[in-house]
Design a protein around this ligand. Structure first.
Ligand code: SAH
Length: 544
């Protein structure tokens, strides 16, 4: 075991998913914050365990050829925003590609899926259209900036090189306003004070700018003066909103918005489409790479005339609208009501009427609208970090779309969900990581899954003439069971599924059920919903 507080020499042999260097000291594993692959460093131990230790670099003895200087300010090296800014950008992309490959292998057991190299940016700076700066008061001094790594201390900053340049100017103006008007600043510990966060949103193509002051109360002195300065000095300034958040919470924005200047919204374009963005609506933070991501999604969806699409976890309908340019019809599903309002508005704004949106939890709404008869032959999902709920995946499996395009912000839940679909009749064809967040360890990924043609891909031979010769007293043919289920439940079930359930119920099958000799034989498993329907049919035909 290494001793806490002491320094040890380590050689960095790998990099972890959080951007941390994985080092060895005499064979013992040490996770080293601030160290890059290939470096030899002295590390100060912060945490010591039996099998590993964690620490921070105290001295770089052999510098990685891929180490580059921080572009913003050496003082910001503890900023929690950019974990890997000091790693050469090409190497950042390699790291992200590897993160995706490894998760697919380790978690999804997907060894031979084609994973392309992450698509990066030509100019990986000044790419963010949204900033959220916490504000604190320390010894009578205003601090506006970013949280220090693993803490709620603020690193005061005057420029952030991943943000749109206008944000540096806005922070400067608001800092002056706070000082001159003696604005009360919120204190997390005592839960007293007013101003908590400054949030800005910038439209990259429209140039429009919205500033949101997140506060416990709508009580700002001489706000008109601030508005005048913002109008005069910030090109494109169109909206000032006070957002009320009274809760003891880490969630930045509250529910209530009060427009102080302008419409409380900005417009931006992605590709040929226009979007209205409000303070609460989710909009990807890197508009340049978002276009790359959505174009890839559209390419993988490979829409043809007459295709109908589900866009699950649709936010303000960005991907839905992209798809609706080609699809016959798109159904979007999203949990945030305001986002769905925006989605409908956005469809109108772009003169599109081949979309319909549903509010609610995807795990409830998707099975419900499927039962009501809504169908798609292409499904797109873009879930939050925790991935898709199984009820969503089960409904997709039941619906049997030809293609599923999975857009993911978390490779590990992506891998888990791809495995789930692979076990149920889908094959992951290809995977494309896209770098939406240069200098952070985050990566977006698009994966294409295609429905396996059961007859072609699954060597299960079922001799139909023998199928209905069961030992049950009463029996129905597979065709009758299928017909009954389609009529009663509006569900299509395969012969294979019926055979599986019959077997489960102890009904003797005389069909040959020959598995192929191929390794990793994929046999789709009947979903709970279809199982229930088949059981109902078996009961109806008095077979059980
Ligand atoms: N496709 C959109 C948004 C993707 S982010 C875009 O590209 O802009 C994921 C979205 O899932 C968010 O809008 C979030 O509000 C929504 N979400 C989270 N949990 C959900 C759930 N259980 N059901 C439906 N939507 C959910």
């Amino acid at each position: 075991m290494l001793e806490k507080g002491k320094k040890y020499e380590c050689k960095i042999v790998d990099m972890g998913q959080t951007g941390v260097g994985i080092g060895k000291h005499e064979g013992f594993t040490v996770f080293v914050d601030g160290a890059l692959l290939g470096e030899v460093v002295d590390v100060k131990i912060k945490k010591s365990k039996k099998k590993y230790a964690e620490g921070v670099v105290s001295k770089i003895k052999v510098r990685s050829p891929y180490r580059v200087d921080r572009v913003c300010n050496p003082k910001y090296s503890n900023c929690g925003g950019c974990q890997i800014q000091e790693l050469d950008y090409e190497k950042q992309l390699d790291l992200k590609t590897n993160i995706v490959k490894e998760d697919l292998k380790r978690i999804g057991g997907l060894d031979d899926v084609q994973v392309f190299d992450a698509i990066g940016m030509d100019q990986p700076f000044r790419y963010r259209n949204k900033a959220q700066f916490p504000v604190q008061m320390e010894d009578g001094r205003v601090k506006i900036g970013f949280y220090r790594k693993k803490s709620h201390d603020i690193i005061d900053m005057d420029k952030c090189v991943i943000q749109d340049e206008k944000n540096d100017l806005i922070i400067d103006i608001i800092r002056r306003y706070i000082e001159e008007e003696n604005i009360s600043i919120y204190d997390e510990k005592t839960h007293k004070g007013i101003l908590r966060h400054i949030v800005t949103k910038v439209g990259f193509t429209s140039g429009q700018v919205m500033v949101v002051l997140v506060a416990t109360e709508d009580r700002f002195k001489n706000l008109d003066r601030l508005i005048e300065v913002l109008k005069r000095e910030v090109a494109g300034f169109t909206s000032l909103v006070v957002n009320i958040n009274k809760d003891k919470t880490n969630v930045i924005l509250g529910r209530k918005n009060i427009n102080k200047y302008g419409r409380g919204k900005i417009i931006d374009n992605i590709g040929d489409l226009k979007f209205e963005i409000s303070p609460l609506s989710f909009f990807q933070v890197n508009p340049i790479q978002t276009e790359v991501l959505y174009s890839k999604t559209l390419e993988y969806a490979d829409l043809k005339e007459g295709d109908r699409v589900f866009d699950i976890y649709c936010g303000i309908g960005t991907i839905s609208l992209f798809l609706a340019q080609k699809a016959e019809f798109v159904y979007g599903v999203e949990i945030v009501e305001d986002a769905i309002k925006d989605a409908r508005l956005n469809a109108d704004l772009n003169g599109m009427d081949n979309l319909d949106f549903f509010v609610g939890k995807a795990e409830e709404v998707v099975p419900k609208i499927y039962k009501e008869g809504k169908r798609a032959n292409v499904v797109v999902v873009d879930p939050p970090r925790k991935g898709c709920d199984e009820r969503v995946l089960d409904t997709i499996v039941d619906m049997e779309p030809d293609r599923v395009v999975y857009v993911s912000c978390n490779p590990s839940t992506l891998a888990r969900d791809l495995r789930y679909l692979e076990d149920r009749g889908y094959r992951c064809e290809k995977v494309q990581p896209v770098d939406l967040f240069p200098h952070s360890v985050h990566v977006e990924t698009v994966a294409l899954l295609s429905k396996l043609d059961v007859d072609k891909h699954i060597d299960v031979e079922i001799k139909l003439d023998e199928l209905d010769l069961t030992s049950a007293e009463s029996k129905a043919t597979y065709a009758q069971i299928k017909e009954y289920i389609l009529e009663k439940f509006n569900l299509k079930v395969s012969t294979l599924y019926i055979a599986q359930i019959k077997k489960k119920c102890g009904i003797e099958l005389r069909e040959h059920y020959n598995k192929s000799k191929k390794e990793k034989q994929v046999i789709p498993q009947c979903t709970p919903e279809k199982e229930e329907a088949i059981m109902d049919a078996l009961r109806h035909f008095k077979m059980i």
